[in-house]
Write a protein that binds this ligand. Structure first.
Ligand code: KG4
Ligand code: ZN
Length: 342
């Protein structure tokens, strides 16, 4: 019997330190440590993030190996995120991953964080069939990507200003809900009326698959300024969250379905932190079945940053012997598909 392929995945692009172990494509462990140090600052402080990664890296890797009941000598390769992300955070994970692999005499596989989000749909079956369209919505990105085969990314649209998650976080900040705001807006929206306030939907007629969320965000700011100078009740807060969320979700859903129709695919997928949003999951699922499309959405724990998705890419690249040179470096603004795909 062939030796099993055991991949250690490492994710440190932003404020989650995570390690995962995958054997022959099956996830054995996925340990994620979110850094709460940033909460008091209302956003991620890059310097603090790198320091926290530095402290957490080895314990998290050891925990992931122990949970998977795998020892260092069982590992076939280390897969680690190389970008996009915060430079200091990326450097901690990448340099740890390369050194660890080098010390064990096994390959290092560099992974693009955004491709890993797409591949979070391949952590557990069933998974989408090629070709499919993926909507990736995170704190830093909003992208529509057509995938015709493994590692072939055609980005057909992206945001020209704020990412969807960034809009959620900024609106949450205006409403004093704390950081990260997405899950908080989501929770409050469940209690509110989505038709209470009519926030704009930006469809960009000249860019059918592009996005813009800064207008919606500014409208929330003006709405608060004009209507709530004297404070805001819990019920009004819930209505604002529900109305804001509905306007973001409407645009995401309509454009994703239109992209599927334009590119003639039968499967669509979602990925990234905002794909954890309950309103988006519900609306996309309804729109997909109405359009006779099959929707794939990762489990909640695989939507936000995690190393399971890194190991899913690592496993597939290992089978193709797509290894990184020892000189592999971190790239803060790494584009999807900019890397080697041999
Ligand atoms: O993918 P992710 O963990 O990190 C990046 O790659 O950016 O995404 C984080 C983003 C944050 O903006 C967070 O507020 C948002 O995802 N998010 C949500 C929800 N859960 C996380 N946004 C809306 N609803 C949620 N339930
Ligand atoms: Zn992410």
């Amino acid at each position: 019997m062939d030796k099993p392929v055991v991949i250690l995945g490492i994710e440190t692009s932003c404020d989650e330190t995570s390690a995962a172990v995958m054997r022959d494509g099956r996830l054995l462990s996925n340990v994620v440590s979110s850094q709460f140090v940033h909460e008091q600052y209302g956003g991620v402080v890059p310097e603090l993030a790198s320091r926290a990664h530095q402290k957490l890296m080895i314990p998290i890797v050891e925990e992931a190996l122990a949970k998977a009941n795998v020892s260092q000598k069982d590992l076939s390769a280390v897969a680690g995120v190389i970008g996009p992300g915060l430079m200091g955070s990326l450097l901690v994970g990448l340099n740890f991953g390369k050194s660890y692999a080098y010390g064990l005499g096994i390959p290092f596989i560099g992974v693009n964080h955004m491709e890993a989000h797409i591949y979070s749909n391949f952590i557990e079956e069933p998974w989408p069939s090629f070709p499919f369209v993926c909507l990736t919505v995170s704190g830093g990105h909003t992208q529509l990507v057509v995938m015709r085969e493994d590692f072939q990314y055609e980005t057909i649209g992206q945001t020209r200003d704020d990412a969807a998650g960034e809009a959620f976080d900024k609106v949450a900040k205006m409403l004093d809900l704390g950081y990260p705001g997405g899950p908080k807006v989501d929770a409050l929206a469940k209690e509110g009326n989505a038709e209470a306030v009519s926030f704009p939907r930006s469809f960009l007629d000249d860019d059918p698959f592009g996005f813009s969320f800064s207008g919606i965000k500014t409208s929330v700011l003006y709405y608060l300024r004009d209507n709530h100078r004297a404070g805001i009740s819990k019920a009004e807060l819930a209505d604002i969250c529900a109305s804001f969320q509905a306007s973001v979700v409407d645009v995401l859903v309509i454009k994703t379905i239109a992209a599927a129709e334009e590119y003639g695919v039968k499967d669509i997928a979602m990925a990234g932190g905002v794909s954890a949003n309950s309103g988006l999951r519900r609306a996309m699922s309804a729109a997909a079945s109405h359009a006779h499309l099959t929707l794939f959405v990762p489990k909640l724990e695989y939507c936000t940053d995690n190393a399971a998705m890194i190991s899913a890419v690592g496993y597939r690249k290992y089978l193709r012997k797509s290894f990184s040179p020892i000189s592999e470096s971190a790239v803060a603004g790494l584009e999807l598909g900019a890397q080697f795909t041999n």
